[in-house]
Design a binder for this molecule. Structure first.
Ligand code: CNA
Length: 280
């Protein structure tokens, strides 16, 4: 849907007008929503990009359908495909992108109200964003436990399992259930902190959406929680969700890192951002 009304908050729907809004100090409570697209330039494939996305490269795993690799019912019957793939996504071997550093810069400037991420790669933390600013809506690899008795499982053993592609089972032999990292699979509930914070976008004075296809619910409806007159910026290779459908939506349809550099430049922050990223 294209907006029918002229912008109410911004002078015009351009990156320059949005940067002016930020420089004028009108964006003090920024809520950011991110997805796999902010990490592709770090070398982590996303799900849905044609050719390079994980789903396009899963043929070797012989799945009934690509999403099955992250489906909890499928996993309980057949965990091998997930463990074959997990190695590629496991944190520790990727460097945050300049887009991640931009999130840290927003925090340093006291402008970041909350970051909602769908990513499980922990790169936001590695870039410096404090844990209490991040809602990891789809969990992370930071914890793991038995899917039956829920007992935690040691991190080191999980790292070994993932590196060597073996399937870990509960250490309690009377249980012997499957062990799964704390990432949210299709068919699983999101963490409580998501539902405790999902009304925050209504308090935002700027919403930035980056690197997500906005196809996974309930995360995908977060941008709609913003007030109608709140400017929303999308930096993504394609148009997604209802972004572009409101009068104060600004669309930057390109690579996240280059879109972020343009925004930083327009705000007069580019040198600072490059310096921050260089030390990350
Ligand atoms: P997705 O569905 O794969 O969508 C990615 C979106 O980003 C698409 O719209 C792409 O066009 C766009 N995109 C990709 N690369 C770039 C780029 N460099 N610049 C701009 N846009 C780009 O991924 P979503 O995050 O929307 O899907 C949600 C899933 C993906 C979540 O459950 C995640 O856990 C899961 N995931 C996470 C990671 C990670 O942690 N890095 C990797 C792969 C999948």
């Amino acid at each position: 849907v294209e907006p029918t009304a002229p912008p109410q908050t911004l002078r015009e729907c351009t990156l320059e007008a949005l940067a002016r809004y930020i420089k004028d100090g009108r964006a003090q409570k920024i809520v950011v929503m991110t997805g796999a697209g902010i990490s592709t330039s770090a070398g982590i494939p996303d799900f849905r990009s044609p050719e390079t996305g994980l789903y396009a490269n899963l043929a070797r795993l012989n799945l009934p359908y690509p999403e099955a690799v992250f489906d909890i019912d499928f996993f309980k019957k057949n965990p091998e495909p997930f463990y074959a793939l997990a190695q590629e996504l496991y944190p520790g071997k990727f460097r945050p992108t300049i887009t991640h550093s931009f999130l840290y810069l927003l925090h340093q400037k006291g402008l970041l109200l909350k970051l909602f991420t769908q990513n499980i790669d922990c790169l936001e933390r590695e870039a410096g964003v404090p844990g209490d600013k991040i809602i990891e809506a789809h969990g992370s690899f930071a914890k793991q436990g038995c899917v039956e008795c829920k007992k935690p499982y040691p991190q080191e053993r999980m790292r070994d399992a993932i590196e060597k592609k073996w399937v870990p089972y509960c250490l309690d032999l009377s249980c012997n259930g499957l062990v799964k990292p704390g990432i949210v699979f299709f068919g699983e509930q999101l963490p409580a902190e998501f539902f405790e914070n999902n009304s925050l976008p209504a308090q935002a004075d700027l919403c930035i959406v980056m690197g997500t296809s906005l196809q996974v619910h309930p995360f995908a409806s977060l941008p709609q929680m913003c007030e109608r007159e709140t400017p929303r910026l999308l930096i993504n290779s394609e148009k997604v969700g209802d972004m572009g459908g409101r009068p104060d939506d600004v669309l930057v349809l390109e690579d996240c890192d280059s879109g972020v550099r343009k925004l930083a430049e327009a705000c007069g922050w580019l040198e600072e951002l490059e310096a921050l990223w260089a030390t990350t």
